[in-house]
Design a protein around this ligand. Structure first.
Ligand SMILES: [Zn+2]
Length: 78
């Protein structure tokens, strides 16, 4: 399965990785609530792809997520 990471803030493509199996713990998906998962992760079964909304380094810095923990923090999905 191909996993596309896009910045939820500016839309920039962050990373594309290919995995045989999605390890939810490794990707930090198990830390998300069901609601967050629906919001952040979009799975396309037909195309065998997964789209994950994350944050690029620029936006993490701009939003101050590296200093301050926030309820909306999603940058742990790297
Ligand atoms: Zn960004």
């Amino acid at each position: 399965m191909k996993i596309f990471y896009n910045c939820a803030h500016c839309g920039a493509a962050i990373d594309v990785i290919e995995v045989d199996q999605v390890d939810e713990v490794k990707f930090g998906f198990d830390c998300l609530t069901a609601e967050e998962r629906q919001d952040i992760i979009k799975v396309n079964v037909k195309e065998n792809t997964m789209h994950v909304h994350s944050l690029c380094d620029k936006c993490i810095e701009a939003l101050g997520f590296h200093e301050k923990k926030s309820d909306q923090q999603i940058n742990f999905l790297h």
